[in-house]
Structure formats: structure tokens, C-alpha cells
Design a protein around this ligand. Structure first.
Ligand code: C2E
Ligand code: MG
Ligand code: MG
Ligand code: MG
Length: 281
């Protein structure tokens, strides 16, 4: 079968392409109204210190319940939101929600110094309104700058090094902490990162899968931790699922961990209950 694409060029058409295309269109359309229809929710996954066993932060993770498609993974819809530009208002909402929630938890004495980490997409990171938006959110929510952490991936930074450093400096001047997410999956070397105003590296969970036992992953993680410490960066390892992984990471100097072993991402009320139970590692 044949189908005309939008620019009127004829392309060969396969039913599987049609399905993927249909789904893509549904996601694009759905995202336009997801916020107003209250389909987006933030979950919080605790981050725990390996030296004290205490919760020192949480990552805010977006969840989307699509009326027809059910739960759609952020790995699928974030790139779509990024491509259409709707990530800017959605990302703004995520930051506001996360800071509002965190401000409430502080006010209620449920948390004290813990940090909330929010993912920034490439488009948000480059958006000229970012710094002002964060200022605005902080003034409205009363959330201290130094309890907000922003996660960006390596590929966002490498795109335009000089511009990235400028944006990061302005964020760090505010007092916001900066973390590199999914570290090890991109192409940056630690020596490139040396020039960046950074606080933390998050080791990607793909490296944790074979630990302990997988020698090449072990060597890689050890090297990342040692060099990060030499650059004065904190290390958090994500995707930690087992006790032996926790022990290995503790022995090798990871400062913090995040993963199913300690807790899955939780909706607000469950997150609050988890903290109130005084859960420790
Ligand atoms: P990420 O920022 O690297 O987040 C960590 C992902 O690993 C989350 O997937 C989390 O649920 C998952 N995870 C945590 N611990 C474990 C574990 O022990 N085992 C396994 N198998 N997985 C674990 P999630 O929530 O599906 O999010 C996927 C990605 O979507 C995130 O990866 C992030 O890149 C993006 N994302 C999520 N929320 C947002 C958001 O609000 N804004 C932006 N820009 N991106 C977001
Ligand atoms: Mg992240
Ligand atoms: Mg990650
Ligand atoms: Mg990721």
C-alpha cells in the first residue's frame, strides 16, 4: 500500500509503520491536553546515603496515565514531548509540583535537609526562560535553592559546550545542585567534565546489572567513582536492586544509591508513609 506523507512525497507503507505512526500521533495529541486533564503525576524515588543509611533525597519521576493507552513510559513520551515542544510547559509543571511538594514536606517537618532531584530535558536546559522560571518557582514555593538538584544527561552538554557551561554557572550561582544523569552511556570523558560546574554523577543502571561478577562493569564503575572523587564530585548509583550490589558499591565508595532494593518510585502519600516509617538502608 502507499500513503502520502505530509510533504506530499510518496512513501512506501507497511501496516506496522502505520501502527507506530498512529501511536506517535496519539501521544502527540494526548500530551497537548494531558496536564489539563490531570493525567500526569509525579512519583518520588528515595535516594539513600551509603555512609548513614538515611534518606538524603528523592528523584521526581513523571507518570502518564493515557485514557486509551494506559500507562505510557516516560522513556517513550518524553522524547515525543521534546520533539513537539510541549516539554516546556510540562517540565515547568514538574518543577513546580516537585518544589511545592518538597516545600510542604519541609513545612510539616517530614524532611529537613533532603534534596529533590528533577530531570531536565535538552529543550528545557537550553530554554532561555529556565533560570527565571526556577527563581519564580522558588519564590512561590519557598523551597530553598540548595535543596533542588537538576539532572541533565551528557548529550545535552556536549551539544554546545560553551553555552552549557554558561547555563550551568547561572544555575549553580542560584545554589541549585547539578547532576549528570545516566553517566557512562554518553561520550564524554571525565576530563571533559572537569571544566563543568557540577556536583554529582549518577552512574547509569546498565553498569550495575552485572555487579558483582562482571569484571568489565566492575572496572568501569570503580574507575568512574575514583575519578569522580578526584574531581570532587559526589557519586550516586542508580538501578541498585540487590543487597550484594549495595555492599559492593559501599565498599567501592559510591556515596549514595537509588533503586528498587531500597524503594521503587512512589506516589506522594506512599512516599510520605515510607519516610515516616523511618525506613533506613
Ligand atoms: P532516569 O532519570 O535515568 O530515571 C531513572 C529510571 O530508572 C526511572 O525510570 C526509574 O523508575 C528507574 N529505576 C530506578 N531504580 C530502578 C531499579 O532498581 N531497577 C530498574 N530496572 N529501574 C529502576 P522511569 O521513571 O521509567 O523514567 C525513565 C526516564 O524518563 C528517566 O530516566 C528520565 O530520563 C525520563 N523522565 C522521567 N521523568 C521525567 C521528567 O519529569 N522530565 C524529564 N525531562 N524526563 C523524565
Ligand atoms: Mg534522572
Ligand atoms: Mg538515569
Ligand atoms: Mg534515563
Amino acid at each position: 500500500a502507499l500513503r502520502l506523507s505530509q510533504d506530499q512525497k510518496t512513501i512506501f507503507y507497511h501496516p506496522a509503520m502505520g501502527e507506530a505512526y498512529e501511536r506517535q500521533r496519539m501521544l502527540e495529541k494526548g500530551l497537548e491536553t494531558a496536564l489539563e486533564r490531570d493525567e500526569l503525576h509525579l512519583y518520588f524515588q528515595p535516594q539513600v546515603s551509603l555512609s548513614t543509611g538515611l534518606i538524603v533525597g528523592a528523584e521526581a519521576l513523571l507518570r502518564w496515565q493515557h485514557p486509551g493507552l494506559g500507562n505510557v513510559s516516560p522513556d517513550e513520551f518524553i522524547p515525543v514531548a521534546e520533539a513537539t515542544g510541549i516539554i516546556i510547559p510540562i517540565g515547568d509543571w514538574v518543577l513546580r509540583q516537585a518544589c511545592e511538594f518538597w516545600g510542604e514536606l519541609k513545612q510539616q517537618g517530614i524532611i529537613d535537609q533532603a534534596v529533590v532531584a528533577v530531570n531536565l530535558s535538552a529543550g528545557q536546559f537550553r530554554h532561555t526562560g529556565l533560570v527565571n522560571m526556577i527563581r519564580d518557582i522558588v519564590s512561590v514555593t519557598g523551597m530553598p535553592y540548595d535543596q533542588l538538584e537538576l539532572e541533565i544527561t551528557e548529550s545535552h552538554l556536549m551539544h554546545d559546550l560553551d553555552a552549557s557551561v554558561e547555563i550551568m554557572k547561572r544555575l549553580q550561582q542560584l545554589g541549585v545542585a547539578l547532576a549528570i544523569d545516566d553517566f557512562g552511556t554518553g561520550y564524554s570523558s571525565l576530563s571533559t567534565l572537569n571544566g563543568f560546574p557540577l556536583d554529582k554523577l549518577k552512574i547509569d543502571r546498565s553498569f550495575v546489572v552485572g555487579i558483582p561478577g562482571n569484571r568489565s562493569n566492575e572496572t568501569l564503575v570503580e574507575a568512574i567513582i575514583q575519578m569522580a572523587h578526584a574531581l570532587n564530585l559526589k557519586i550516586i548509583t542508580e538501578g541498585v536492586e540487590t543487597k550484594v550490589q549495595v555492599e559492593w558499591l559501599k565498599k567501592h565508595g559510591s556515596n549514595e544509591i537509588q533503586g528498587y532494593y531500597f524503594s521503587k518510585p512512589l506516589p506522594r502519600d506512599e512516599f510520605v508513609a515510607f519516610i515516616q516509617q523511618g525506613q533506613t538502608l
